[in-house]
Design a protein around this ligand. Sequence first.
Ligand SMILES: [Zn+2]
Length: 63
Amino acid sequence: MIHGAQQHKSKKSIVPVCGMKVSQEKGFSKMYQEKEYRFCSRNCLIKFDDTPDVFLTSDGDTP
Ligand SMILES: [Zn+2]
């Protein structure tokens, strides 16, 4: 799991739904296809739950 050098110190995940950064210990988490995703709010989690594939097409940080 190699991201940019930016994310080395603070463990933050990018919410696939809204693009916000969320700390590991905050927000909501969900396992999907053996990966853990984090969400800033329950709302984002629900959206992801509805149509996960829509939010995963860009595969994270890939430009
Ligand atoms: Zn969000």
